[in-house]
Design a protein around this ligand. Sequence first.
Ligand code: MG
Length: 136
Amino acid sequence: MAVITFDFDDTLTQTRWDHEDECFKFVGPNLLMINRLIENIQKDNEVHVVTSRMGPAMDNQGDPLPGGQPAILPFLREHLGDSIERLAGVHWCAGMKRKKLSELGSTCHFDDDPVELTDLPDNCVGIRVATLHGID
Ligand SMILES: [Mg+2]
């Protein structure tokens, strides 16, 4: 059994830059990645969601989320179906994820953020997730 971790924003969700409001707006789930997460649960891997947010409905500074971005738990309940019962955990890091990924023993981490992917624990393979907006 492997420990597989997924970022939340722009990995399990998709956003687009809104020029008028100057923020990223939520446009929907990333179904490709949600299916990847569910597949890993079905393979009996230990799957965690690890986010740089500070809390369920806060960004990494503790501020409310802009652009209609969803709170994590209701989003996962809506999109994972029965698989949510076997999700091993959801973790709020309030910043970089390295320490949490190391504690969990993640062997594979999916993330849209290239900075996170250059700072993974040893023995953790990073997989870059493409975003709709293509902005790093
Ligand atoms: Mg992200």
